[in-house]
Design a binder for this molecule. Structure first.
Ligand SMILES: CC/C=C\C=C\CC(=O)SCCNC(=O)CCNC(=O)[C@H](O)C(C)(C)COP(=O)(O)OP(=O)(O)OC[C@H]1O[C@@H](n2cnc3c(N)ncnc32)[C@H](O)[C@@H]1OP(=O)(O)O
Length: 280
């Protein structure tokens, strides 16, 4: 049984029918799961804890209520460091703001840094911060009803917590990213599927969660050494040359291939048996 998780703005469940799978739900439905500072700090704790939990091998992230998340809590932001008059000279004010942005970015990056695969299962509204957050996940799926927007220019910002860095790498199409980021226009499930932002589209919220849990369960049935190595190497290779990626893979696997999991799994297909793996 996984350890007990108790958080204020996130529920973490371990569905009995999906061993080694954690389901994280953003839980502020009365405000469309809009994020304020305590929430993104808490989200970092959630993913750091799951990353280290050997009873967890894959994670589904979804939102409670009518939205995955409507993004930044714009009411809270209107009285936070973005707009506050602090009397500091510009360089000092900029230093504080830069630290604030870096801390916020780090909370989103906690999802990418999490050693376990994370599947973002989105429905309803997925605006602004939702795109930052879901591009830090490994796999994105959505429901037919979803409304996406890279909404930052609508609120006077260049997106600064991940979207502009990660979305082009997810979809491999700068022209499309520029269109949605420069206009903040809403796009739906069909377009998201066509450009490769999401991997699959499902009938409704619950069907999307179920599909996420099944995918999570499939990866959780594999060697955790192999799966965690695959996430690490893919993320690293995304940001480096092929030659550097090959070299990193060789170094990584020179340790990882010494796992017992290889001998447990190598002949399992031929021998028509399902291997089991120790916790990691
Ligand atoms: C340093 C900067 C780092 C990060 C920046 C991130 C940028 C972003 O995330 S940009 C995106 C910001 N989000 C928005 O601008 C969306 C604002 N919300 C809406 O436009 C609408 O609420 C809606 C999502 C289209 C849904 O409309 P509707 O179905 O009519 O519901 P509402 O009655 O409007 O909302 C219900 C309830 O939720 C509150 N709420 C919704 N979104 C937010 C939000 N983003 N921030 C704060 N609160 C939000 C809304 O006020 C309602 O609450 P009440 O108490 O009932 O008023």
């Amino acid at each position: 049984m996984a350890q007990n998780y108790s958080f204020q703005h996130f529920t973490v469940q371990f569905p009995a029918e999906y061993p080694y799978v954690a389901h994280v739900e953003i839980n502020r439905p009365d405000k469309m799961n809009a994020f304020f500072e305590a929430m993104w700090l808490e989200m970092k704790q959630v993913f750091e804890k799951l990353s280290e939990d050997s009873n967890v091998r894959a994670i589904v992230l979804s939102g409670a209520g009518k939205a995955f998340t409507a993004g930044l809590d714009v009411k809270a932001a209107s009285s936070g460091p973005l707009l506050s008059e602090n009397g500091l000279d510009p360089a000092r004010a900029a230093t504080l703001l830069r630290r604030h942005i870096a801390e916020f970015q780090d909370c989103i990056t906690a999802v990418e840094r999490c050693e376990k695969p994370v599947i973002a299962a989105m429905h309803g509204f997925a605006l602004g911060l939702a795109i930052d957050l879901s591009t830090a996940a490994d796999i994105r799926i959505c429901s037919r009803d979803v409304k996406f927007a890279v909404k930052e220019v609508d609120i006077g910002l260049a997106a600064d917590i991940g979207t502009l860095s990660r979305l082009p790498k997810v979809v491999g199409n700068y022209g499309w990213v520029k269109e949605v980021a420069l206009t903040a226009r809403v796009f739906g499930a069909e377009e998201a599927l066509r450009v490769g932002f999401v991997n699959s589209v499902h009938e409704d919220h619950q069907a999307t969660i179920n599909a996420g849990l099944k995918l999570a369960s499939l990866t959780a049935s594999k060697s955790p050494v192999a799966v965690q190595g695959t996430k690490e190497i893919l993320n690293w290779s995304r940001d480096h040359s092929v030659q550097d990626g090959l070299r990193y893979t060789g170094v990584w696997n020179s340790a990882a291939l010494q796992t017992k999991d290889v001998s447990a799994a190598l002949l399992s297909g031929l021998q028509k048996r399902t291997p089991t793996f120790e916790k990691l």
